[in-house]
Design a binder for this molecule. Structure first.
Ligand code: NAI
Length: 275
């Protein structure tokens, strides 16, 4: 049985992922702001260092997998914090834990992105550049300044929508670039992204401003399967990506979104390579 670190383990998809791994007999080290084996704020450099240190101590320096699930949604007021939590949080955690994953015979990492990265037409290219360059101060400042231009209704309901979609976009791109580097690929550490669509969790219900499960057909984005996801639907794929048998996929993004991305961008994949 293996040892796995799961961030965001106190709620939603992270809690479901941790439960599934535990049911399978694995040891899980949960990381969250509260109710976790390691309480740490992944939105700050100190919190990330504490999280990495805590996981290394709890695991004895050898990890079979990491599921970087913790994150916040577009309803968060401070877009700078969204950039810090959703991008710099998982990137620092994965960078810090990579050596421990490399010590396993089958190190696996999976990150929760979002289908917002391809279905929300508000990707901020400047912010993508700052995130991928690792400039957290400039990214936070830019994300906050960009909030000023939002239409009033959006500013009220989803003030961080652009920073949210952009942080998940940059995260998926970081994974694609990073997974194929020798430090990951040749050390046998596989790194992939799951891009969920609308999944019923406290975060989603908070973002949509309702307390009950909304109607799939009146949701703003198309829902071809006519249903919302459950945390367990994401946990299932987290578990698959973390299995030792999943040995030939890295740098991939898997949409687990009831068909939303395919419905909105049917011809976006495959993309032909041009000479
Ligand atoms: P949730 O709110 O139920 O769980 C998120 C967990 O992350 C919470 O336990 C929270 O305390 C933790 N967290 C938040 N900020 C943190 C910080 N600074 N440091 C440490 N832990 C922190 O939300 P849910 O929906 O399970 O979200 C999981 C991931 O899925 C997030 O990354 C979110 O952006 C992403 N996502 C969610 C979608 C949805 O429809 N629910 C859709 C697409 C992506």
């Amino acid at each position: 049985m293996g040892t796995y670190a799961v961030t965001g383990s106190a709620s939603g998809m992270g809690a479901a992922s941790a439960a599934l791994l535990r049911e399978a007999g694995h040891t899980v080290i949960g990381v969250d702001l509260r109710d976790a084996d390691i309480t740490a704020d992944l939105g700050t450099p100190e919190g990330r260092r504490a999280a990495v240190q805590g996981v290394l101590e709890a695991s004895g320096g050898v990890l079979d997998g990491v599921a970087a699930v913790a994150g916040v949604g577009p309803a968060m007021k401070d877009a700078g914090a969204v950039a810090s939590i959703n991008y710099f949080g998982p990137v620092a955690l994965l960078d810090g834990l990579r050596p421990a994953l490399a010590r396993s015979s089958a190190g696996r990492a999976v990150v929760i992105g979002s289908n917002s990265s391809t279905t929300v037409p508000m990707i901020d290219d400047t912010l993508v550049g700052l995130l991928l360059a690792g400039d957290e101060d400039a990214a936070r400042e830019h994300a906050r300044a960009a909030q000023a231009g939002l239409p009033t209704e959006l500013a009220r309901t989803a003030p961080s929508i652009s920073a949210y979609a952009t942080s998940k976009f940059a995260l998926a791109r970081w994974v694609r670039r990073t997974a194929v580097t020798p430090e990951w690929a040749r050390e046998g550490v596989l790194l992939n992204v799951i891009a969920p669509g609308a999944v019923i969790t406290p975060l989603m219900l908070g973002s949509t401003g309702v307390t009950e499960e909304p109607d799939a057909d009146s949701f703003p984005t198309p829902m071809p399967l006519g249903l919302f996801g459950r945390p367990e639907d994401i946990a299932f794929w987290v578990h698959q990506f973390l299995r030792p048998e999943a040995r030939f996929t890295t740098g991939a993004t898997l949409f687990v979104d009831g068909g939303t991305d395919a419905a909105m961008r049917p011809d976006a994949q495959p993309t032909a390579l041009s000479l």
